[in-house]
Design a protein around this ligand. Structure first.
Ligand code: HEC
Length: 87
């Protein structure tokens, strides 16, 4: 499955298995608790989803996926979003 095993680290590790986004790490800065969070990615318009693969990110690794593969990921997230329970 491409979402869990693209050519690189799995998307689910950071965005959660349903792409709802989640807290990746908790750290402290000047004695304050900070959270490193990933955005929800299963509610984006298609152009936004595609755009994020052509830009470089601060945290998210850069992937080299084909149009076909990104499209597959997009459709996959749309599908599991509707099948999710509670979360
Ligand atoms: C190392 C953690 C990590 C992994 C792995 C990862 N992401 Fe991300 N992703 C992020 C973070 C954090 C952001 C927010 C932008 C930033 O600061 O990098 C983001 C942003 C995005 C966005 C843009 C969201 C928006 O609101 O504009 C999309 C779409 C996305 N990721 C999809 C994916 C997909 C699909 C995969 C797998 C191929 C993936 N990500 C793998 C952490 C990750």
């Amino acid at each position: 499955m491409l979402y869990q095993n693209p050519r690189g680290i799995g998307c689910d590790k950071c965005h959660g298995i349903y792409g709802n986004g989640k807290i990746i790490a908790v750290y402290k800065e000047n004695g304050k608790k900070k959270y490193l969070k990933s955005p929800k990615i299963n509610n984006l318009p298609k152009e936004e989803f595609f755009k994020s693969f052509t830009l470089s990110h601060k945290i998210m690794p850069k992937y080299f996926l084909t149009y076909q593969e990104i499209n597959t990921l997009y459709l996959y997230l749309q599908k599991i979003k509707n099948g999710k329970k509670g979360k």
